[in-house]
Design a protein around this ligand. Structure first.
Ligand SMILES: CC(C)=CCC/C(C)=C/CC/C(C)=C/CC/C(C)=C/CC/C(C)=C/CC/C(C)=C/CC/C(C)=C/COP(=O)(O)OP(=O)(O)O
Ligand code: 1GP
Ligand code: MG
Length: 230
C-alpha cells in the first residue's frame, strides 16, 4: 500500500535506452518508485532488463501493464490501467477480462493496483491507441474522477497528458472532488516550476519523457515535488 504515500514517480519506458550512469542517478534521486511502462514496443526482454538493472538499487519498482505478453515476475507492484475515456471497451475492461480468465487462478491480487486513466492529450500515443475521447470539459473530467472514486472504488485516478503539459484548472478541480482515490498527474513536466504547480494539487506527480531529453532537469523535479505541500 506504499503507493498511497508516493509523491514523485519516474516512469521509465522499456522501449527506450538509458545508460547505466543515468539509471543510477534516477534510482538514487529520492524518487518514491520507478514505474516501468509505455504504450508501444514494450517487450518482455525490455521489461526484464529494466527490472534487473533497477534491482541493484533500493528504490521500489512497479510494472504498468500495457500488454499481457510482457509481464515479468519479480516486480513489487503491478499497475493495471483502464482508460475510462476510451471509446473502445477493449481498453476499459476486455483485455482485463481475458487476462483474468487466463490467469485468475494464480493471480496474487494484493500485488495488483487498478488505475483509472483519463487521457487528455489527443496527440499522445496512448490516446491514439485507445481511441480516447479527449475533447472533455472540466465537468466531464470531474465526473470521471467521481466515477472512479465513488462508483468503481479505484485506488488511483490518473490524469494523463503524456507528452504535453496539462491544464492546471482541470487538475485542481479534479483534486477537489477526490477524497480516498489518489490523483496521479502525468504529462509534459520539464521544469521545477511545472513540477511544483502540479504537486500542489496531485497526490502523485509522474515524470517520464524529460528523463530521456534532459536528465538534469528531470532530477530536479524530485525535490521540487517533495518540497511542495499539497
Ligand atoms: C507475477 C506475475 C507474472 C503476475 C501476473 C499478473 C497478471 C497476469 C496480471 C494480469 C491482470 C490484468 C487484469 C491485466 C490487464 C492486461 C491489459 C493488457 C490491460 C490493458 C492496459 C491498457 C489499457 C493499456 C493501454 C495503454 C496504457 C494506458 C499504457 C500505460 C502506460 C502509458 C500511458 C504510457 C504513456 O505512453 P508513452 O508510451 O510513454 O507515450 P510516449 O511514447 O508518447 O511518451
Ligand atoms: O512522459 P511525460 O510527458 O512526462 O508523461 C509522464 C507519464 O504520465 C506518461 O505516461
Ligand atoms: Mg513516454
Amino acid at each position: 500500500m506504499d503507493y498511497l504515500t508516493w509523491r514523485h514517480v519516474f516512469k521509465l519506458d522499456p522501449a527506450k535506452e538509458i545508460s547505466d550512469e543515468a539509471l543510477e542517478q534516477i534510482c538514487e534521486s529520492g524518487t518514491d518508485v520507478i514505474l516501468v511502462g509505455g504504450t508501444d514496443n514494450v517487450t518482455l526482454d525490455g521489461v526484464l532488463e529494466l527490472l534487473v538493472r533497477v534491482r541493484r538499487y533500493s528504490v521500489p519498482i512497479a510494472l504498468e501493464i500495457s500488454d499481457v505478453e510482457s509481464i515479468s515476475a519479480g516486480y513489487d507492484y503491478y499497475f493495471i490501467p483502464s482508460v475510462l475515456n476510451s471509446t473502445d471497451t477493449k481498453w476499459v475492461k476486455d483485455l482485463h477480462h481475458e487476462a483474468i480468465k487466463e490467469f485468475g487462478d494464480v493471480l496474487i491480487w494484493e500485488e495488483l493496483v487498478a488505475e483509472g486513466y483519463c487521457v487528455l492529450n489527443p496527440d499522445c500515443k496512448v490516446a491514439q491507441v485507445t481511441s480516447a475521447k479527449t475533447d472533455l470539459t472540466e465537468e466531464d473530467v470531474v465526473a470521471y474522477a467521481r466515477m472512479a472514486e465513488n462508483y468503481f472504488k479505484l485506488p488511483i485516478f490518473y490524469l494523463e497528458y503524456s507528452g504535453a503539459y496539462g491544464d492546471v484548472e482541470i487538475v485542481k478541480a479534479t483534486a477537489e472532488v477526490l477524497e480516498n482515490t489518489k490523483l496521479f498527474y502525468g504529462g509534459g513536466i520539464t521544469s521545477i516550476e511545472q513540477a511544483k504547480e502540479m504537486a500542489a494539487y496531485a497526490d502523485t506527480v509522474v515524470v517520464g519523457n524529460i528523463i530521456y531529453d534532459d536528465l538534469k532537469a528531470a532530477l530536479k523535479t524530485v525535490q521540487a515535488v517533495k518540497n511542495t505541500v499539497k
